[in-house]
Ligand binder design. Sequence first.
Ligand code: 3BY
Ligand code: FES
Ligand code: FE
Length: 430
Amino acid sequence: MPHQPSIVTLQPRAGAASALLKALLEQRRPGHSLDAPFYLSDEVFQADMEYIFRRHWVFVGVAPQVPEPGDYVTVDVGADSVLIVRDDDMNLRAFHNVCRHRGSRLCQEHQGSLGNIVCPYHQWTYDLEGRLIHADHMGQAFLRDQHGLKKVHLRNLEGLLFICLADEPPADFDEMAQRLGPYLAPHRLEDCKVAAQVDIIEKGNWKFTLENNRECYHCVSNHPELTVSLYEHGFGYQPGPQNAEGLARFEQIVKERHARWEAMGLPSAQIEELDSRITGFRTIRLPLDRAGQSQTLNAEVACRKLLGDFSDKALGGLSVWTQPNSWHHFMSDHVVSFSTIPLGPDRTLVRTTWCVHKDAVEGVDYTVENLTAVWNATNDQDRHLVELAQAGAASSAYEPGPYSPYTEALVEAFCTWYVDRMRAGVSAGR
Ligand code: 3BY
Ligand code: FES
Ligand code: FE
């Protein structure tokens, strides 16, 4: 007996933006945190996934996660599962993790290694370039070459992996790559291995995670481990009239170090394009405090084997931020990378990956505990702050509050970028 027909309401994936979303975007007050529904509403969450995460370059991982042919990782962005695999010619490729027969999910693990991609349902088999190479019982007329895996745009920026789910991704990735490439290249992330990866789930909206990341106003009072290595324990980062002297001192040191690092072939000057572009980004190399070497509990390197050709341990920290969802710190001895993926209006995945030189030996050159201590602690503190913000936004007393023009300018840049990109998505429709 056939299945009974059921009554189905078709949910258009984007469809026309609602009056609520349009009004929220229109009434956004510059210089202030967002209206509560941006953090709470399921409708805004769906729109975030459609207009931000399906249409922009999203940072999903690092090349050292897939070092050998056949190595793969899967990343879920909303309802889309993406398979990133290294093929036999060492090229990285990204596919929808969806079988072309009846659509089954192909790889069910977060990472692994395979020779061909075999669907668990009826064993349709794809090679590492996504070609369908085997499908039983499909008859003479069946055209295998029309049933290859669907590709997802993938870019590898000196070891940082970005995907874009749009048919036509933003064209300005190339400019970001050209400008960031020389900053990243000397750290040679592609010659690294993953020493540790930790996923945490924050009970908060992804925009709270990003807003929190874009300021250090909260660092002095919340991050005792991180501020060990931050210049003047985080106070050096506090611009504003109350800290004119400290700031002048900091700027002088930055100037001196930049001259030294640039002379060593390490681009260091700030590039700030967070809200002026579709693919927003920022970078700067900043001095670290004390030993000045690394983001560890004593500011000394966590790994004795340095990255690339480095012989100087005290290279400060090259930080990189990309819209909508990543930040990274590149030091002389390791790279720590953060990818933020929304899971729901009030649930966000933060995936942290620590990489060291591929020849470094655990227990000899580094320990995972020491390598990960600062950011495991800092992530947990930030998770707590995001959860407090989420709880506050749900209160009837919440109203958007003012950002500090001194210490929260980059939070404002994030919100400006977000609102602009959402407006662009709404007006383009589909
Ligand atoms: O260091 C970071 O990645 C960010 C920026 C400042 C505060 N925060 C923890
Ligand atoms: Fe993949 Fe049938 S759904 S082989
Ligand atoms: Fe923080």
